[in-house]
Design a protein around this ligand. Structure first.
Ligand code: NAP
Length: 225
């Protein structure tokens, strides 16, 4: 599948590499490729600069958001939640009716420090805001409730765990579910329409507290029933 991964952080990089490994045709999108590729120093978390990562992943094209998304059957939104609508606008998310947007972003607001709060919750979600902004696209919310490495390779955990999908379009959810299965996810719960993304986005305050308590991000929710 021709896939544009919009976002050059850990999520974008990890999913782009995994999708390419699975045989998909992947372009990773950024605001300004020249500026982003010039980043070669490790970031505050010790992750290699994007330029270093890109040199190690020569099979993945790097392009401006709009060029990356042109012709893509599916756009992965792996941008900062506060900038997702602007990034998707730059990507031309409304240019072709029916484009699937796999939205992984979380509506985290760090303006008052740690822990972050959610800038939308209860009565709407970032997933719904994106759908409202790009009505001809088909938004599917998923993978926002676990860390990047586990999104791409849930087999890193010793037992199976759960991921969720939310969206208004059954066919788009089926396409996303297929990708999740390719990643190795076996317990995929379809929560229903896109308003159910409110629930998975509101799991983030719990996820963040678990991260603090466990001292690692290598964990996931498992729904036992
Ligand atoms: P991030 O640092 O949250 O986002 C980086 C991306 O956001 C970059 O591509 C950057 O563009 C873009 N961006 C930032 N400000 C922008 C602006 N003003 N306009 C347009 N684009 C802008 O990356 P991340 O840590 O990989 O997380 C990506 C998303 O996944 C977030 O919403 C996060 O909450 C969610 N998430 C993360 C994890 C995780 O394990 N990290 C887990 C679950 C969900 P440039 O490329 O141009 O710099």
């Amino acid at each position: 599948m021709n896939i544009a991964v919009i976002g050059t952080g850990m999520v974008g990089r990890t999913l782009a590499a995994r999708l390419a490994q699975l045989g998909h045709d992947v372009t990773i999108g950024t605001r300004d490729p020249e500026v982003t590729l010039a980043r070669t120093e490790p970031d505050a978390m010790g992750a290699p600069g994007f330029g270093t990562w890109a040199a190690e992943n020569p099979g993945i094209r790097v392009a401006a958001f709009g060029d990356a998304a042109r012709g893509a059957e599916l756009i992965v939104n792996a941008t900062n939640g506060s900038a997702s609508i602007e990034a998707l606008r730059l990507a031309g998310a409304s240019d072709r009716a029916g484009t699937i947007i796999l939205d992984i972003a979380n509506p985290l607001d760090f303006s008052a420090g740690m822990p972050p709060t959610l800038f939308v919750k209860d009565t709407s979600s970032l997933g719904e805001q994106i759908q409202d902004a790009f009505p001809t696209a088909r938004v599917v919310k998923s993978l926002n409730t676990l860390n990047a490495d586990l999104m791409a390779d849930p087999g890193r955990l010793p037992e199976s765990s759960t991921v969720f999908v939310s969206g208004d379009d059954a066919e788009a959810k089926q396409v996303v579910t297929g990708l999740l299965e390719q990643f190795g996810h076996a317990d995929i719960i379809d929560l229903g329409d896109l308003s159910t993304a409110r629930g998975t986005e509101m799991l983030l305050p719990v996820w963040l507290r678990l991260w603090g308590a466990l001292g690692t991000a290598e964990f996931n929710f498992k729904i036992v029933r």
